[in-house]
Design a protein around this ligand. Sequence first.
Ligand code: SF4
Ligand code: SF4
Length: 117
Amino acid sequence: MVRSGAIALIRRFCLECQGASARSVRSCSDARCPLWAWRLAALPGEAPPAPEARHAARAALRAVRRQCMNCAGNRYEVRACQARESCPLWRCRFGVRPQTYKAVRRRFFAPKALRLF
Ligand code: SF4
Ligand code: SF4
């Protein structure tokens, strides 16, 4: 089964990192990279590092967040990242699914009832 979501985005990111060479992604030796354990997880027959699919999806999002923090330096710079068109990880850079992020933002900025006491 070909995986989707953050796991698929990690695969795209790794391929870009290694000049589109699947072989180089497989032999990548940078085990300190937050995505290293996930670099093959999108491939059929490869197991993600986390045991359950539901948890694997969440753990992959956290790995993306760590990568973005390494890349940008801090959470403010991750938020301000302009690589929407060029970086495969951009839509998951907050470490949650894009739908979740939008729902939280909507709740946060929704008009609040005025409390007088
Ligand atoms: S694990 Fe990190 S260093 Fe290795 S290919 Fe992926 S992004 Fe590049
Ligand atoms: S989304 Fe932005 S912060 Fe995250 S890895 Fe890509 S360029 Fe870096």
